[in-house]
Design a protein around this ligand. Structure first.
Ligand SMILES: O=C(O)CCC(=O)C(=O)O
Length: 286
C-alpha cells in the first residue's frame, strides 16, 4: 500500500508540494509540542511566557529561538520518534523512489502571535530558497515540515508560491542579472499560506520558493522540520558527524545551535529503532 495516491502525485506535479495527512500518531505530536515548551521554558497556557526571549541574531546567539520561530532543539526523543516513524519514511521513499535514505537532523518551530507590545516578535514572514538558484545544475531535492497542531492560514505557518518550481526557468529569464539567487522578487508572484491539520506532513520541492508567514492569530504556530535524501555512499566523515551530533545531543556544525546546551546537559541520547539507525547512518543500509 503506497502513501501517495495518484491524485497526490498529480497535485505534487502541479504545485510542487504535497500533504500527507496523519503522518504520525497524535501521542507523538503531543510529546513533541510538550518538548518544545520544555525546551523554551514556556507555559503553553500563559501567552506572556511565549515572548520571554529576544530572538537570536547573527551577533547574539544567546537565545534558543529566532524571530522566524526557529527553535534550536535537534535531538530530543520526540523529534527522533517522528523522524523514524514508518509512514514518514515511506512518504519520502516514494517521493525519491529510493529506500536507502538519510534523515535531516533539523529543528522545530514555534512562532508566537504578533503582538503590538512585543515588537521583537512581529516577524512578517519570508519567502526564499535554501539553495543558490544561480548555480546549475539544480539537482532534485525536497524539504518537509510536520504540522504539530492545526494551523490556520493566518497563523504564521508554511507559505509558498505554488507551482513556482515548474515555471522557475522561464521566470528567471525575465529577471535582472544581479537578482538575489536566494530569494525571488515577489512582483507578479502570488504567495499562498498553506493551512493544515495536526499530523500533516508537507513535503516540498526545493525549487519552490517558500517560507513561513506573519502570525496574526492568537495561537502559536508549532512545527518540526523533517526531510530525507538518498544516503550517500563513501561518506564516512558525514556519517561520523551525524552520529556524534545524535550521541552528544547537539546541532550539526553550521547550524545556529543552542548556546545554553539544554539538550546536551538535560537529555539522554534518543533511542533509535532499526529504521532510525539506518536513517541516521549509525547502521548501513546494505
Ligand atoms: O516554517 C516553515 O514552514 C518554512 C521553513 C523554511 O522556510 C525552511 O525550512 O527553509
Amino acid at each position: 500500500m503506497t502513501v501517495l495516491s495518484k491524485s497526490d502525485w498529480n497535485f505534487w506535479q502541479e504545485n510542487g508540494y504535497v500533504i500527507i495527512p496523519n503522518a504520525v500518531p497524535q501521542e507523538q505530536l503531543d510529546r513533541t509540542v510538550e518538548a518544545i515548551w520544555w525546551f523554551l521554558d514556556m507555559d503553553p497556557n500563559d501567552s506572556n511566557t511565549w515572548y520571554r526571549y529576544k530572538p537570536y541574531t547573527r551577533e547574539d546567539r544567546s537565545s534558543p529561538i529566532s524571530g522566524a520561530g526557529m527553535v534550536e532543539m535537534y535531538q530530543h526523543q520526540a523529534l527522533w520518534d517522528n523522524r523514524q516513524y514508518p509512514r514518514v519514511y515511506q512518504a519520502f521513499s516514494e517521493i525519491w523512489d529510493d529506500e536507502k535514505l538519510w534523515v535531516s537532523l533539523d529543528r522545530a518551530n514555534m512562532k508566537p502571535p504578533a503582538r503590538p507590545d512585543q515588537p521583537d516578535w512581529g516577524h512578517k514572514g519570508m519567502i526564499h530558497w535554501d539553495l543558490d538558484t544561480s548555480r546549475r545544475p539544480i539537482e532534485f531535492g525536497v524539504q518537509g515540515v510536520l504540522f504539530l497542531t492545526d494551523t490556520d492560514e493566518n497563523q504564521g505557518g508554511f507559505q509558498c508560491v505554488p507551482g513556482f518550481n515548474n515555471t522557475f526557468e522561464e521566470w528567471v529569464k525575465t529577471q535582472p542579472e544581479d537578482r538575489n539567487p536566494n530569494a525571488p522578487d515577489l512582483t507578479d508572484l502570488e504567495v499562498k499560506a498553506i493551512p493544515g491539520k495536526a499530523g500533516d506532513l508537507l513535503i516540498w520541492h526545493r525549487l519552490l520558493a517558500h517560507g513561513n508567514g506573519h502570525n496574526l492569530s492568537d495561537k502559536p504556530r508549532l512545527a518540526q522540520y523533517i526531510t530525507m535524501s538518498p544516503a550517500p555512499e563513501d561518506a564516512d566523515e558525514s556519517r561520523k558527524a551525524r552520529v556524534s551530533a545524535w550521541q552528544e545531543r547537539r546541532a550539526m556544525h553550521g547550524w545556529p545551535g543552542d548556546s545554553r546546551d539544554w539538550e546536551q546537559s538535560r537529555l539522554k541520547t534518543a533511542e533509535l529503532t532499526t529504521l532510525g539507525k539506518k536513517l541516521l547512518g549509525v547502521e548501513l543500509w546494505d
